[in-house]
Design a protein around this ligand. Structure first.
Ligand SMILES: Nc1ncnc2c1ncn2[C@@H]1O[C@H](COP(=O)(O)OP(=O)(O)OP(=O)(O)O)[C@@H](O)[C@H]1O
Ligand SMILES: [Mg+2]
Length: 436
């Protein structure tokens, strides 16, 4: 009797779990993955590795492709392929990681090309291929899209350390942090509607509570940066204003250099707290508008603006003047200053791009492996971008979706802390414009 009751209870429990499975999976994706999802996928990875490697040409063979058949020499695919050695899959939140030792002569590119096939065979959302050390590739299988809800990780209430801004979420589950102390200048590139201005808004809203002066250059008539206007110490909306502002910033940087030299400091961060000038972050939206000019007078102004930007990028890092430059392209077609500027912007963010040349321009010098990944970002993933890290490392991430309403609210709340920079106000006034 007792046994029958136990069997019935067990049956009811199993039926309950089976019926509630879709709901449990949706509500607790990470817990579900560890409890139920990981083991079958890990088994699938190990069982399918050899046939997949053969199918996708990831194997090698020690036998020569030519053989003697009677009096004929024949060429063919030799038998006995040697599969690259795969490690033990290790679970991680919402996915698994497995390392593969590449054969001599192989590069991560071949594995990246096979990523889609691996994702289908393992029945996961996606497989990412990175190469953290020479001779090995790391395959990360993601059971769900971790970037589907970037707002879940960065709560609006949590504050960031000085000169750091958590602007979104990385695919490995960690927050996406723009840290100006570690990487002083940033380049954000992406096709139209890829999420550049939203990322700038996210950056401003995260920096708004900090003792940082924010300066905007928005040659789309101020349309993009106007929601965050109250927290900007200066906003230039024409090339003339931008040039005046950038040249005033160069003078400010030179003054800071003198202060540091007299104090025997190599950067503003070595100055004592009371003497340290406030860090300045200059945000440039749609940089091409600054560089491209039609008339002769415009060209002179554009050249002056480009020179000032390059000088700021060269001098500003140690002197607390930082650049964040966003645009659809930042290539040599914009003029001689554009390439020099790009070389100085070590932090790279590449949103969806419309051609491989642009991805190569942004990522080619720092993370060539990421160029293919940047081109797979689709139009229905606004805000998704490739970030470069140290040593050619890269990562997919998605910015916080900050609505204009939210940006207005946050910036209005911190408007009273906006630093007044008289030199910049004077530069704008010389063009006939008041502070924003
Ligand atoms: N992280 C995100 N998550 C979801 N949607 C986003 C995200 N970032 C941007 N979007 C959406 O994508 C659209 C385009 O964003 P945004 O204006 O920032 O693009 P842009 O690159 O600045 O475009 P343009 O070059 O035309 O100025 C907006 O409607 C925005 O709501
Ligand atoms: Mg924009």
């Amino acid at each position: 009797m007792l046994r029958q009751l136990l069997v019935w209870c067990l049956l009811v429990l199993v039926a309950g779990v089976v019926l509630a499975a879709p709901l449990l999976r949706r509500r607790f994706p990470i817990g579900w993955w560890y409890a139920v999802g990981f083991v079958p996928v890990a088994v699938r990875v190990l069982r399918s590795w050899r046939p997949l490697a053969i199918e996708r040409g990831l194997t090698i063979t020690r036998r020569p492709p030519l053989a003697l058949l009677g009096t004929l020499i024949v060429r063919g695919q030799p038998l006995r392929p040697i599969t690259p050695r795969i490690g033990i899959p290790r679970p991680r939140p919402g996915g698994l990681v497995v390392t593969v030792r590449m054969h001599a002569g192989q590069t991560p590119g071949g594995y990246a090309a096979a990523a889609d096939s691996l994702a289908h065979a393992w029945r996961v959302h996606a497989v990412r291929v990175t190469s953290p050390e020479r001779g090995r590739v790391r395959l990360t299988a993601l059971s769900v899209d971790p970037l589907a809800d970037p707002c879940a990780l960065v709560g609006p209430g949590s504050a960031d350390p000085l000169m750091c801004a958590r602007v979104g979420r990385r695919e490995d589950g960690a927050p996406w942090v723009i840290d100006f102390r570690a990487v002083p200048h940033w380049l954000i590139v992406g096709a139209t509607q890829s999420g550049k201005s939203t990322l700038l808004s996210a950056l401003v809203t995260r920096l708004a509570p900090q003792p940082v002066a924010l300066v905007g250059i928005d040659l789309k008539g101020g349309l993009e940066l106007s929601p965050v206007g109250p927290r900007l110490s200066a906003l230039a909306t024409t090339r003339r204003e931008a040039t005046a502002l950038l040249e005033a910033l160069v003078v400010e940087t030179q003054l800071r250099m003198t202060v540091c030299r007299f104090a025997g400091a190599r950067s503003v961060w070595e100055l004592p707290g009371g003497k340290r000038p406030m860090p300045i972050v200059v945000l440039v939206d749609e940089v091409a508008e600054l560089f491209l000019a039609a008339s002769r007078a415009d060209k002179d102004e554009a050249a002056r603006a480009a020179t000032a930007l390059v000088r700021l990028a060269q001098l500003g890092a140690a002197l607390g003047v930082h650049l964040v430059v966003a645009g659809q392209r930042v290539g040599s077609d914009l003029g001689p200053g554009a390439t020099a500027l790009r070389a100085q912007l070590a932090g790279r963010v590449c949103h969806r791009v419309s051609d491989s040349g642009t991805a190569e321009m942004v990522l080619g010098d720092l993370a060539p492996d990421a160029i293919d990944a940047a081109q797979t970002i689709s139009a229905d993933e606004p805000g998704v971008a490739i970030l470069t890290g140290v040593g050619g490392d890269w990562m997919r991430a998605r910015s916080l979706l900050v609505s204009p309403k939210e940006a207005v609210r946050v910036c209005a709340a911190h408007a009273h802390t906006t630093p007044h920079l008289p030199a910049l106000a004077a530069a704008l006034a010389s063009c006939g414009k008041g502070a924003p």
